[in-house]
Design a protein around this ligand. Sequence first.
Ligand code: RP5
Length: 164
Amino acid sequence: MNFVSIIMGSKSDYEIMKNCADTFEKFNVKYEMIISSAHRSPARTKDYVKSAEEKGAVAFIAAAGMAAHLAGALAATTTKPVIGVPMKGGAMDGMDAMLSTVQMPAGMPVGTVALGRSGAINAAYFAMQILAISDKELAVKLKEDRLVQAKKVETDSASIEVIL
Ligand code: RP5
């Protein structure tokens, strides 16, 4: 069973990461979602990654804020793709999380997306694009979604546009 695994460092990340789960729901893509911290529950995080891999996790999405080491900890544990979502908040409002997530050493990649809601949604899209390499039906859905997005731009513009 192929699925994507979403791990967030704290329940305080859930409000944003729900957007990631909702995106998978919209495309009918299977996912798991848990809270596990690189710092507060390192053993649980390591054990979960191992069991998720055995069950068929194709990619991991890690969301964390502040000294955000969760995505890096996953990258150290698995060779499956790891997508990092830096969370806003803390004294630096996400800059710390963004740099902690993106600045990985060579050979240990974390594909880092934007801060906040856009990043949470794009993490799901990026994971689905990975799945779609071997899932033609999902590939078609993603292409259709691009058309829907383009159409929405036109409709939104039509509702306010001024053209001479
Ligand atoms: C990180 O620290 C979590 O991912 C969260 O974004 C941040 C704050 O966590 P809480 O103190 O709100 O649990 O590990």
